[in-house]
Design a binder for this molecule. Structure first.
Ligand SMILES: Nc1ncnc2c1ncn2[C@@H]1O[C@H](COP(=O)(O)OP(=O)(O)O)[C@@H](O)[C@H]1O
Ligand SMILES: [Mg+2]
Length: 251
């Protein structure tokens, strides 16, 4: 009999889930569980406790997210016990918030059902037998690689509209479910308004995706794709700012 993780036990007590069915994936940063709720299934991502996790963009993340919370930022920089606990919760909260914003904007990301300071209960993609394949797992050619590429780019455009860059996009973080891509794994997403590295991270994300689809037979010029999406986003933002200035609305 496997040991029931504490977070899952709490979600069962609260009625968020009915039952724990097992582990879908156990990675370096988090373990993802399968849970039953009513007639359906949910995924529960539980972050690892220690922050020996190897997130990239860590320094940039702190600068982008923590300008006002100086005590918290200092504690995290010092790696104090308090800082570590805060940081553990921060990654998780950041992912939950980001998923919420992007789902509301119509992006193809899992819907968040609930979250705690170290775990997220979210929409599950897959069957009772196995989780949806990641693009990186697919051995065969994608049936509609061109359509899938277009869907991923549509999502990247939506992310930009929300002022967000994924920052760790790759075929490992895209599920393929019912013929469409679902983008996951957002703890290191950055806010464009708060991160000087956002554009470079975006270009990297686009490059990785273009390279994957090139191998799937869909050629593209990654630099051009990134530039077009980014400048469209910049233009929309400028127009929006002008409109709010004109009406006297906005912050
Ligand atoms: N909502 C979900 N539905 C189905 N499988 C998921 C879901 N979220 C994550 N997974 C599975 O768990 C794995 C790890 O999740 P991810 O969020 O990428 O965390 P990490 O890469 O940090 O371990 C994914 O590669 C995927 O196989
Ligand atoms: Mg991942």
């Amino acid at each position: 009999m496997e040991y029931l993780p504490e977070e899952l036990a709490t979600y069962i007590e609260q009625g968020t889930i009915d039952d724990w069915l097992g582990v879908i994936s156990s990675g370096k940063e988090a373990r993802v569980h399968l849970a039953a709720k009513g007639d359906g299934l949910l995924a529960v991502k539980v972050f690892k406790e220690r922050n020996d996790r190897s997130f990239k963009n860590r320094a940039d993340y702190h600068m982008a997210m923590m300008p006002l919370h100086t005590r918290a930022a200092r504690a995290m920089a010092n790696r104090s016990g308090y800082g570590k606990a805060l940081e553990d919760g921060l990654w998780c909260q950041r992912e939950a918030e980001t998923l919420g914003i992007l789902a509301a904007a119509g992006a193809d990301v899992p819907r968040v059902v609930a979250h705690g300071c170290r775990s997220i209960v979210m929409e599950y993609f897959g069957t009772a037998e196995s989780g949806a394949s990641r693009l990186s797992d697919l051995r065969q050619w994608l049936p509609d690689a061109r359509g899938c590429f277009a869907a991923v780019l549509r999502n990247l455009g939506l992310f930009l509209e929300c002022g967000i860059v994924h920052g760790d996009l790759s075929p490992y973080n895209i599920l393929y479910h019912d013929g469409r891509p679902v983008i996951i794994d957002f703890p290191q997403a950055v806010l464009i308004a708060a991160s000087s590295a956002a554009e470079a991270l975006f270009e990297r994300d686009v490059c990785v995706i273009c390279e994957y689809f090139r191998r799937q037979g869909v050629a593209s010029d990654a630099g051009r794709v990134a530039h077009q999406l980014w400048s469209r986003h910049a233009l929309r933002r400028t127009l929006r700012e002008r409109t709010t200035e004109g009406t006297g609305e906005g912050p």
